[in-house]
Ligand binder design. Sequence first.
Ligand code: DO4
Ligand code: MG
Length: 284
Amino acid sequence: MKLARILIDRTPQVARIQSDGASPLDLASVHLGTLGDLLSHPDLTKLAAELPSNGPTISLSEVDWLPPIDAQEVWAAGVTYKRSQTARMEESEAAASCYDRVYQAERPELFFKATPSRCRGHQGELRIRADAHWNVPEPELTLVVSRDGRIVGYTIGNDMSSRDIEGDNPLYLPQAKFYSQCCGLGPWITLADAMPERMSIGIRLSIRRKNQEVFTGTTSVGQMARQLEDLVQWLFRDNEFPDGVMLLTGTGIVPDSTFTLARGDRVVIEIDGIGQLENTIVQS
Ligand code: DO4
Ligand code: MG
């Protein structure tokens, strides 16, 4: 079962994704107001399958996609894959020991990534900062977590990052990560019980420039050094998420140091069990 947020006549709607298209759901018929309410419902899978539609099914090629989020905060974990640890250590001599230590520490790196208004959905535009000159996408399995801390679904996240800002000084991390249009999410949420076996989930990144592929990389969730539930458990320590929360789980794909994104690039991230998230890169 897959759930999305889409625009119909300029109104955001929660929709069920089916083989023949996206079907808008009548949340009010079960006294629910938001996608967040639905995701935290104890009977989510049954409810998502049974909710009546309140409009015609729209063919997937005609859907106007929104990121599958309404009021949730977006957090991210870092340095959860060996590749991220080595890339960060190359990027910053000053912070190399921080990245080395956090990769091995019991406490993971967790940081605030985005508010819903800074996220963009499938086919939306993601931004590279005007004051940065070394930028990359980070393709990350993203956990959809209910308000009581259960992983109820998965989506694709793109943790856009300015490597020169982050590498200059680790205290600049929030500026390297958190700005307008800094996070891609989508195209939809696959509910947890419809996902393939976790360790076998493949993640692929392709970056196209003027119809040529300029970077491609792959990894799998099996390469991650941490358990997903462990990340959620740390995030919920002395912290409450009344609307639920999205948690990007870190990147295992980092292009080598000569690569930077450019305006007009098309970034395609594919994750098994979810689908493809495609975004175009813009810069002021
Ligand atoms: O500490 C820097 C950020 C790490 C990160 O975003 C990642 O590993 O995905
Ligand atoms: Mg990241």
